[in-house]
Design a protein around this ligand. Structure first.
Ligand code: SF4
Length: 61
């Protein structure tokens, strides 16, 4: 289980995170966001690839 925080001030909307992680998506108004919370298996990889370091992942039990 992950809690994901995406810094909207840092996000550029490049979509790399959404390509890596099925649960993330990008919208023109909010940029990157969690679209499907049950599909975040690759969210740590998405955080690692984000060029702006905009994704914070907190792992919960
Ligand atoms: S990879 Fe980072 S900068 Fe790119 S859309 Fe995702 S959160 Fe935004």
């Amino acid at each position: 289980m992950y809690t994901v925080k995406i810094d909207g001030d840092k996000c550029l909307g490049c979509r790399l995170c959404a390509i890596v992680c099925e649960g993330l998506d990008v919208r023109s108004d909010v940029l990157a966001y969690v679209a499907e919370p049950d599909k975040l298996d690759n969210v740590k990889e998405a955080a690692a690839i984000c060029p702006e370091n905009a994704i914070k992942v907190i792992e919960e039990n």
